[in-house]
Design a binder for this molecule. Structure first.
Ligand code: ATP
Length: 308
């Protein structure tokens, strides 16, 4: 089997007395965008800083392409690009000077640096600002430079800590598009406390609460984590709610006004079909029927509660 890009084994970290991360294990076997989701203080930055070798864990192991970040830090770091929450920008440098410096720090061979910097400026759409001092760029463009420094050496894994934090809505969309583009060729881990962000760009989700991993899977699995428990029904010629209650499997009928109802049930199996069939047979004139999924926010709240 191919080696996992990232392997985190029983990771725990303690700042002085308080445990910020407690016994987290997960594996990232392939390409895609992995969202590390959690509320403020959940432990996201701690996990990312440890994965990137910026912070030494109290317990557990992190392997990057099989290289242990503690035992072989240089080998592990070769495969990683990192944009921490505060982008490490030298704002008195021009964009090109800074990226050249970053490539040098990443130990790229001298002869490859110039073309790598050209390529990354093109990729991140900052070519036209190559000679501008970083301090004179907007927040969105400074973030592009931060992303560029994380990928200039073409790492297999890129880690972004809250990459859209503090940006305006247009800048957020631009940065998300750039991250999706970057992820075509490599694995991306990004942290966020915004559920919509996970939905917008992530393929996989790791959710951390109170330093513990409470969910790991695809975004679709997360959406289905709490199965649909109600059905929305709108009829043009509705009967009394008591009549709807008679449909097999229905356990509750809530009137929403305007001949609209929220139907509860215990077993999803067949209820939808039976409601459609009863509507047709009794000429209730079905206008709309759809299962209602728990919102992402409900799932988030439920999982957060489990961690407490
Ligand atoms: N240097 C530090 N010293 C002591 N405690 C810390 C330190 N850094 C973080 N913590 C604590 O560890 C816990 C996890 O913090 P962390 O920054 O990893 O969370 P986070 O999920 O990234 O939150 P945020 O989104 O607010 O950055 C928090 O309780 C935080 O207060």
């Amino acid at each position: 089997m191919e080696e996992a890009i990232v392997k985190v084994e029983h990771l725990s970290h303690r700042y002085s007395v308080q445990w910020a991360v407690k016994d987290i294990s997960f594996e990232i076997p392939k390409r895609g965008i992995y969202g590390l989701l959690g509320s403020n203080g959940a432990g996201k930055s701690t996990v990312m800083n440890i994965i990137c070798g910026v912070l030494k864990q109290t317990e557990g192991n992190v392997l990057i392409h099989g290289a242990d970040t503690r035992l072989e830090p240089l080998e592990a770091k070769k495969h990683i690009g990192f944009l921490p929450q505060q982008a490490p920008l030298y704002t008195d440098m021009t964009v090109e000077e800074y990226l050249t410096h970053s490539a040098y720090l990443r130990r790229m061979p001298d002869k490859e640096i110039k073309s790598a910097v050209e390529e990354v400026m093109e990729r991140c759409s900052i070519m036209h600002f190559r000679s501008r001092l970083i301090k004179n760029l907007s927040g969105g463009y400074q973030q592009r430079v931060g992303i560029a420094q994380a990928i200039v050496h073409k790492p297999a894994l890129v880690v972004f800590d809250e990459p859209t934090n503090g940006l305006d809505p247009n800048q957020i969309l631009d940065i998300r598009r750039l991250i999706q583009d970057i992820a075509k060729e490599r694995t991306v881990i990004l942290s966020t406390h915004i559920l919509r962000e996970v939905h917008a760009i992530c393929d996989y989700l790791l959710m951390i609460e109170q330093g513990k991993l409470v969910f790991s899977g695809t975004v679709d699995q997360f959406d289905n984590y709490i199965v649909p428990s109600t059905i929305f029904l709108q009829l043009a010629d509705a009967p009394a709610p008591e009549v709807l209650m008679q449909v097999e499997g229905v356990t509750g009928v809530e009137e929403l006004g305007g001949q609209r109802f929220r139907i509860s049930f215990e077993e999803a199996e067949g209820v939808l079909e039976r409601l459609i069939e009863a509507s047709s047979r009794n000429r209730w004139r079905l206008m709309e029927i759809r299962p209602e999924k728990s919102s992402l926010d409900d799932i988030f709240a439920a999982l957060s509660k489990q961690a407490h």
